[in-house]
Every structure is written in structure tokens, then in C-alpha cells.
Design a protein around this ligand. Structure first.
Ligand SMILES: Nc1ncnc2c1ncn2[C@@H]1O[C@H](COP(=O)(O)OP(=O)(O)OP(=O)(O)O)[C@@H](O)[C@H]1O
Length: 288
């Protein structure tokens, strides 16, 4: 396999210097399947740079009226440059398909890792939460709220560095939002109640993820959707006796899973929290 550290392909759509086409790539094995298409390992022929090529069928997008959402996802992700945000190098299309040229995340889904291990160590969990917090601080600074952060949307690179992927549900806005979206277990109370919400929904999700990393299950899991909603609205938070989790980790979770969104710990305060300071690997590199 070619050296991944080679220079990435130039930015086709943003600098408009170059139009990419399928002929520029050697397409390799499938990496996964999403709702609207497939993702393949690919190599840009000239530079030998390895990428992930996401192929989306226009017919599917049009059928669900998602053209605007996809364009928004592509515009947001192209503009974001952060070590913990998956890069979208560019895109091109033919008559039937849209191709996204994505940074290749060699380590695959964090979700798979979590399911394989059952739960993560405090070092791993703190390192991922720290990386996520830094990436979200960067996104919030650019007025981007992700709103769909869940382990399936978190990928790992070849060094175990976390990458936020899938900006399908993210929103670029300065005002409070009203639309209902996201995955049930990760929804903040204000989203369950379909109230206006802002950046602090992502802070709530950090609390959910921190819990799920350490215990292997999200905190408000229930038999039915209705019961999950009830538990979220009550903030029915309990900490099982196993696995053994430190008091500092529980403290951070309890300060994030707070119903009043204005009282949730800020991203800056998460980075300064004793559990993060003590456990997170500074470079965000955490081989499993
Ligand atoms: N950049 C990448 N590097 C490595 N593997 C990837 C990459 N992007 C996606 N994959 C793999 O392909 C799978 C499908 O990705 P895709 O983004 O299409 O699915 P999805 O998360 O269900 O998104 P959507 O909801 O947009 O369909 C992922 O779950 C992951 O395993």
C-alpha cells in the first residue's frame, strides 16, 4: 500500500484549479456501506495518496430531497481543518453519482473498537473526550454545531487519533435551532422536547459518550424509545458498580448531563477538568 503521508490531492472544488474524475483514482476494497452509498479505499494515481472515496447515488439523494443537506455537509466539512475532524479533500460527480474524496481513517469506527473491548480504559476514554472537545471547540468557533456525534460517526486514523466524520446533520448557525434530529440515546433534553437548542447540545453528547466509553452502554438506554425519552428528561443517571470507574470521571459526566443547558460544563472547563488533565494523552494518540 502506498505511503499515506504523501501530499493529499489538491483541492478540486475550492481552488477550482483542477476537476477530479474517477479516472484519477485506483479504486480498491470497499470500506463500508452507508445509507446512501458505499465507501471505498482509493489511491490518487499521480500522487499515490491514499483516500477514502464515498460514492453517493444522486437518485437516492433526490428521492429523499436531500440535495441541500448534502451540499451543506460538503461545504461545512471542506471548510473545517482540524486534526480531529475528518478532512474532505474535494468532490466530483458524473451523471449518476457524487464522489467525496475523504481522508482515510485506517483504524475504522470507534464503535467497533468499543464493541470489541466492551468498554474503554480511563486513559482511552479521556484521550478521546479531550480530542472531541478540542474538535468541537474549533467547530463551535466556526459556528458549526455537529448534533449527531455518536460512536458510529467517530473514526480512528492509523495512530489511533480520533476523527469526527459525517457532518450530515450538522448545522452552521448563529441562532438557536428548532429541528428535531440526531440519534435517540444521544439527544439532549431540549432536543427531545423539541425546544430551541444551541451549541450546548454537543456538550451534553460529550457526557453521554464519556459514560458509554467507560461503561459500554449509553446512560439512558431503555426498552422503548418512549422510556429512553423519559429517562433523558428526568436525567435518570445512575453509575453501575462494575466496571470500576473513578470518582473524577463520574464528576465530569455529572457536570455535563445537566438538564439546564446553560449550567453544563463549558468546553474550556472540560479541557481543564482534573480527570482529563490526569488521564488524556496530550497528542490524542491512543493505540488500543
Ligand atoms: N474516511 C473513511 N475512512 C475509513 N473508513 C470509512 C471512511 N468513511 C466511511 N468509512 C467506513 O464506511 C462506513 C460507511 O460510511 P458512511 O459515511 O457511508 O456511512 P454512514 O456513517 O452510515 O453515513 P450516512 O448516514 O451518510 O450513510 C463507515 O461506517 C466506516 O466503517
Amino acid at each position: 500500500m502506498a505511503d499515506q503521508r504523501r501530499k493529499p490531492p489538491n483541492q478540486p472544488q475550492t481552488t477550482s484549479k483542477r476537476q477530479w474524475s474517477l479516472a484519477d483514482f485506483d479504486v480498491g476494497k470497499p470500506l463500508g456501506k452507508g445509507k446512501f452509498g458505499r465507501v471505498y479505499l482509493a489511491r490518487e494515481i499521480k500522487s499515490k495518496y491514499i483516500v477514502a472515496l464515498k460514492v453517493i447515488f444522486k437518485e437516492q439523494i433526490e428521492k429523499y430531497g436531500l440535495q441541500h443537506q448534502l451540499r451543506r455537509e460538503m461545504e461545512i466539512q471542506t471548510a473545517l481543518r482540524h486534526p480531529n475532524v475528518l478532512r474532505l479533500h474535494g468532490w466530483f460527480h458524473d451523471d449518476e453519482r457524487i464522489f467525496l474524496i475523504l481522508e482515510y481513517a485506517h483504524g475504522g469506527e470507534l464503535y467497533r473498537e468499543l464493541r470489541k473491548l466492551g468498554h474503554l480504559s480511563e486513559t482511552q476514554a479521556a484521550t478521546y473526550i479531550h480530542s472531541l472537545t478540542k474538535a468541537l471547540a474549533y467547530c463551535h468557533d466556526k459556528h458549526v454545531i455537529h448534533r449527531d456525534i455518536k460512536p458510529e460517526n467517530l473514526l480512528l486514523d492509523h495512530e489511533g487519533r480520533l476523527k469526527i466524520a459525517d457532518f450530515g446533520w450538522s448545522v452552521q448557525s448563529r441562532s438557536k435551532r428548532h429541528t428535531m434530529c440526531g440519534t435517540l440515546d444521544y439527544l439532549a433534553p431540549e432536543m427531545v422536547e423539541k425546544k430551541a437548542h444551541d451549541y450546548s447540545v454537543d456538550n451534553w453528547t460529550l457526557g453521554i459518550l464519556c459514560y458509554e466509553f467507560l461503561y459500554g452502554v449509553p446512560p439512558f438506554e431503555a426498552e422503548s424509545q418512549k422510556d429512553t425519552f423519559k429517562r433523558i428528561l428526568k436525567v435518570d443517571l445512575t453509575f453501575p458498580s462494575t466496571p470500576d470507574v473513578s470518582a473524577e470521571a463520574k464528576d465530569l459526566i455529572s457536570r455535563l448531563l445537566v438538564k439546564d443547558s446553560s449550567k453544563r460544563l463549558s468546553l474550556q472547563k472540560i479541557m481543564e477538568h482534573p480527570w482529563i488533565v490526569k488521564n488524556a494523552k496530550p497528542m490524542g494518540i491512543c493505540p488500543t
